[in-house]
Design a protein around this ligand. Sequence first.
Ligand code: HEC
Length: 141
Amino acid sequence: MRAFGLAITMVFALGALAAPAFATDTAKKSAGQELFEKYKCQSCHSIATVGVEKKKAATEDAEEAAADKTEKKAPPDLSAVGVSHKADWMAAFLMKKEKTKEGKLHTKKFKGTDEELKKVTAWLETLKDAKAAEKANAPKK
Ligand code: HEC
């Protein structure tokens, strides 16, 4: 009977360990979105379809501040970026190794690891909400 009691205790102990991990996992944003926010992409881009709002943070980043001043084209909402771009292209673009059709480089070079670049671009490729993008990119009146 003692062994049985011990087994039951073990099952409960394991359950208690696993439960919080499971709970946070389901409530969590995707890893890609976390990275998007970690690298402050939302200081320029919104993603309406997942509720990322563009937040103009008081930037301490000199490169970003300079880019902001010289920027002629407004950074697009990325709700439908997966329709026109593959993850590979985005990864190269974010490393400034690839240009847009108009021959422009991205404003900022990605500062994270290769692994992070893969994750964030793979996530961006899944965004294909053309309606949300159209609405968010429409010029403000
Ligand atoms: C300083 C402002 C700024 C920041 C910060 C920024 N971007 Fe951009 N991004 C732009 C601008 C401006 C464009 C449009 C470039 C063009 O088309 O000439 C752009 C374009 C893009 C595009 C291509 C969109 C398209 O449809 O052509 C992707 C993808 C992108 N950014 C992803 C990111 C990611 C991921 C981050 C964070 C790691 C980020 N951006 C941070 C300004 C910014």
